[in-house]
Each structure stands twice: as structure tokens, then as C-alpha cells.
Ligand binder design. Structure first.
Ligand SMILES: CC(C)(COP(=O)(O)OP(=O)(O)OC[C@H]1O[C@@H](n2cnc3c(N)ncnc32)[C@H](O)[C@@H]1OP(=O)(O)O)[C@@H](O)C(=O)NCCC(=O)NCCS
Length: 159
């Protein structure tokens, strides 16, 4: 797990902000996807696609001029898919004050150059924190796949 740990950061610029001067939620989601993909590719060493993103919340606004810092890590590998956790912080560069603003779990699927799914090596949790994330990832996957199945059935019924 440790070897997949990745970071990504950028300053919030006016082009990424809404009319209140806060970073757009969609831009934060874009950064989360990027930072998650880096951890996934570091583990898989091949291309990955985003299969799903779990619920995301935005606890604090990110203002123009502030630094957005993202950290990601593969929490668990299943077969061809893996769960990646991404945490987002905002740092005020004048005061040094940091706040945790979002967290997300994403599932990436590993693909070869021909677009075929690739079987992945497992990750090894070492610390207590990693063991907790590893264990909870299995519960989240069960929920995710049940939700996928349910929405498939629902859309079949309404079609
Ligand atoms: C993601 C994708 C490859 C899955 O294809 P699929 O035909 O549903 O394949 P499978 O059902 O065999 O699933 C493959 C793996 O993805 C997992 N998966 C599929 N849908 C998922 C979902 N909604 N949430 C979590 N995992 C999912 C499966 O559990 C399986 O994992 P495993 O091999 O570790 O057991 C396919 O739906 C796809 O290409 N989607 C578009 C991806 C994309 O363009 N993303 C945005 C740009 S990167």
C-alpha cells in the first residue's frame, strides 16, 4: 500500500473558481480523479480507467490563491479493480493553516494496451491504519456492487 502513495497539488486560480471566488466542485473532483489515478497506475503499472467514485462532500471552500493538496493510496486490490482513497486539504499559504476539505473512494480498473482487463497483484497493508482501510474497503466494495446491480435492475424496469 505504501508504495502506491501519491500526492498532487495546485494553487486555486481564478479560472477554476466560481463567482464567489471558490474553487468549483467539479474541478476538485477532477483533481481527485487525477490523484487517484496516479496511485492506481503506480500500483498497476498500466493504464487504468475510473469505474466509480463514491459519494463526495465538500467541507470547506477553497479560495483563489490557496493551495490544494491531495494524497492518494490504493486501499485494496480485488481482481482487476482496486479501491483508491483520496484525501484533499487546503492550505492558506499566508498563514500556513491547513484544513481537510474532502475525501473520496474511487474504483479503478486496470487495462492493457488492447483494452483488456489486467489481473492485479494484491497490496500489502502494514500499519494498523492500512489494515483498517484494507478491511473496510471490502465492505465498501460489497455496497458499491450491490448498488450497481440495483441501479441496473431499476433502469431495466423503467426502460
Ligand atoms: C469500468 C469498466 C472497465 C468495467 O467493465 P465491465 O464490463 O463492467 O467489467 P466487469 O463487470 O468485469 O468489471 C471489471 C471490474 O470492475 C469492477 N467494477 C465494475 N463496475 C464497477 C463499479 N460501478 N464500481 C466498482 N467496481 C466496479 C468489477 O467489480 C470488476 O472488479 P474485479 O475484476 O476486481 O472483480 C467499464 O464499465 C468501462 O470501461 N467503463 C468506462 C470507464 C471510463 O471511461 N471511465 C472514465 C474515464 S477514465
Amino acid at each position: 500500500m505504501r508504495e502506491s502513495q501519491s500526492e498532487y497539488s495546485e494553487i486555486c486560480l481564478p479560472n477554476d473558481a466560481n463567482t464567489l471566488g471558490n474553487m468549483l466542485g467539479g474541478h476538485v473532483m477532477h483533481l481527485v480523479d487525477l490523484c487517484g489515478a496516479i496511485a492506481a497506475m503506480r500500483h498497476a503499472r498500466c493504464s487504468v480507467v475510473t469505474a466509480s467514485v463514491d459519494q463526495m462532500t465538500f467541507l470547506h471552500p477553497i479560495r483563489i490563491g490557496e493551495l490544494v493538496l491531495l494524497k492518494s493510496q490504493v486501499n485494496r486490490v480485488f481482481r482487476t479493480s482496486m479501491e483508491v482513497g483520496v484525501k484533499v486539504w487546503v492550505e492558506n499559504l499566508h498563514s500556513g493553516h491547513m484544513r481537510h476539505t474532502s475525501s473520496a473512494y474511487l474504483t479503478f480498473v486496470a487495462l492493457d494496451r488492447a483494452g483488456n482487463r489486467v489481473l492485479l497483484h494484491p497490496v500489502v497493508p502494514e500499519t494498523d491504519e492500512e489494515k483498517r482501510r484494507f478491511s473496510e474497503a471490502a465492505e465498501r466494495r460489497a455496497y458499491r456492487l450491490a448498488f450497481k446491480e440495483k441501479t441496473k435492475t431499476d433502469s431495466g424496469q423503467t426502460a
